[in-house]
Design a protein around this ligand. Structure first.
Ligand code: SAH
Length: 367
């Protein structure tokens, strides 16, 4: 393994940032040995902040209707073969209640961009969940909305918002999305969410069509600058009814390497080992945790609708009950020496010992 590359990993661990070209050199220079080196350091940093705790989020997939048309996504509007469903508000609240009894303290409401879930309906659902479970966090992942809408949802009690930026390179964004979707809109949404006061999650796919090492380097630079509370990354997985059906899936190993780099960059970042990782590799989520991730998101959606939330092919956990999903993940985490905890799972303060928050001024405070 090239010495110069391990030195870059060391530099990232100590300064928490790298020039764009160095991110690209690391990614282009990927090797299993380099990844193992980065993972070892990332796991040490992760343990200094989170010990062996793994946070869980109960994922409720509330609608497979979508007015958007992302080229890679199985529930895109123009996929006429997609099965569509929408959960009733009472059902969503029931899922959260069931989740609470299973030890979940965060609920993630995710869905396609379904206009049926207007502000009034969605705010009402958020209020109902927060009223019964004031000790829980509600995370929304409902795509692009207006600033006024994000504000209304925040005022109704939503705590966090997940909106992957998908790719930080405009030209690449334009190849993955139809002409009527815009990179600037996506970025505008992320800034609005942050300004309003949400804990924000961005993220990207690894191995999406046309992606290069330079694109991934730009993604790392974007995360470094934006400093989100969360970052969701997972391998691209083709869906048979999209124009990318024949494109190769992303690499589990490269995804894990990027998880390690993100952990070194931001010691307390909330990083999920995603379902897409588990889809491409039976032990993908365990590998994600062992690379530096600290969150898992088991499915709480009613079993009857699960297979219809089909973003990509062969998605796992479509047949199991919520309790089974939760139990299965707890066992998987225990098998690698980690414990799923009953906790809202907010970011914890990074320790000075590992050159955490104390060593670099917060960009917000610099301004
Ligand atoms: N409508 C919401 C939720 C999208 S689904 C939104 O726009 O944020 C959540 C994530 O799944 C997406 O952000 C995307 O990164 C990922 N995804 C979609 N299709 C995928 C595919 N074919 N392979 C892997 N991940 C995919």
């Amino acid at each position: 393994m090239e010495q110069s590359l391990t030195r870059l990993v060391d530099e990232l661990s100590s300064s928490r940032e790298l020039p764009l070209e160095d991110y690209e050199r690391l990614i282009a220079g990927y090797s299993p040995e380099l990844a193992a080196y980065a993972a070892e350091r990332a796991v040490a940093v992760r343990k200094s902040v989170y010990g062996t705790d793994v946070f869980v989020r109960g994922l409720i997939e509330i609608s497979s209707y979508c007015k958007n048309d992302c080229r890679y996504c199985g529930i895109r509007a123009s996929n006429a073969t997609a099965e569509r469903y929408r959960l009733a508000p009472d059902t969503i609240v029931d899922c959260a209640n069931e989740g609470y009894d299973l030890g979940f303290r965060t609920f993630v409401l995710q869905g396609g961009e379904d206009p049926w879930f207007d502000d009034e309906r969605l705010c009402d659902i958020v209020r109902r969940i927060k009223e019964v479970h004031p000790d829980c966090a509600v995370t929304l992942s409902m795509g692009e909305r207006s600033r006024a809408s994000y504000q209304a949802l925040f005022d109704a009690g939503a705590d966090r918002y997940l909106l992957r930026h998908e790719t930080a390179t405009r030209e690449h964004y334009e190849r993955l999305h139809p002409a009527r979707m815009s990179f600037d809109d996506r970025m505008r949404c992320l800034r609005d969410l942050r300004d309003i006061g949400y804990a924000v999650g961005c993220g990207f796919m690894v191995g999406s069509p046309y992606q290069t090492a330079a694109h991934l380097a730009a993604d790392l630079k974007f995360v470094e600058r934006f400093r989100p509370q969360m970052c969701g990354i997972g391998p691209f997985v083709p869906h048979h009814a999209t124009e990318f059906a024949q494109k190769p899936a992303g690499s589990v190993a490269l995804t894990c390497f990027l998880l390690s780099l993100l952990r070194l960059m931001q010691p307390n970042l909330l990083l999920p080992a995603t379902t897409a990782l588990g889809t491409l590799d039976a032990r993908g989520r365990e590998k994600g945790i062992l690379a530096g991730a600290n969150v898992v998101m088991p499915n709480l959606s009613p079993t009857a609708v699960r297979s219809m939330y089909s973003l990509y092919d062969n998605k796992i956990c479509t047949g199991e009950e919520s309790a089974q999903c939760r139990g299965c993940l707890s066992t998987r985490m225990l098998s690698i020496g980690y414990t799923v905890v009953v906790d809202r799972g907010d970011p914890r303060a990074a320790t000075m010992a590992f050159g955490g928050e104390g060593t670099r001024p917060d960009p917000k405070e610099e301004e």
